[in-house]
Design a protein around this ligand. Structure first.
Ligand SMILES: [Zn+2]
Length: 153
């Protein structure tokens, strides 16, 4: 952090204090060269993630919505809520780890389907039927048949 007076890059911290209820730190520093004092403010950079939907519109990614979709798919299935929360968190983390500000909703859907496929076949077909907007009972039946062969593997 450069000194605002002489641009020297080294300074010592005289005092650190929590700010914004612990979400940031304010530091009082003294420049090693000119000994003048200045304050820095440090906070975690929270990267926003935007979901790009099929119709091209964007909305901020919401873990709550992601989880709600998974909970609905797993209704009355032997999958615990805690397990779904963990999976939703992991999906969110993986999406953030891509380091990109946008993600296609189809990509998110794919990850949720992969996750549900491993957890519960019924939940998977439910989610897929809504997500992929099956237009006919045949499509739905086809997916169930595919699932059947996946489960055998
Ligand atoms: Zn200085």
């Amino acid at each position: 952090m450069k000194c605002p007076y002489c641009a020297t890059e080294s300074s010592k911290v005289l005092e650190s204090r929590d700010a914004r209820a612990g979400e940031a730190v304010r530091r009082r520093r003294e420049c090693d060269a000119c000994q003048r004092r200045f304050t820095t403010f440090e906070e975690v950079e929270r990267q926003r993630l935007y979901l790009v939907k099929r119709d091209g519109t964007r909305e901020e990614f919401s873990r709550e919505k992601l989880l709600a979709g998974m909970v609905l798919a797993c209704r009355k299935r032997p999958v615990s809520h805690g397990c779904l929360v963990e999976h939703a968190q992991r999906i969110e983390r993986d999406l953030h780890d891509r380091g990109e500000a946008e993600v296609a909703s189809s990509e998110v859907g794919k990850r949720v389907m992969q996750c549900l496929l491993a957890l519960d076949g019924v939940a998977y077909v439910r989610f897929a039927s809504v997500y992929e907007q099956f237009e006919s009972p045949e499509e739905f039946a086809q997916r169930v048949r595919e699932l059947g062969s996946l489960m055998v593997m």
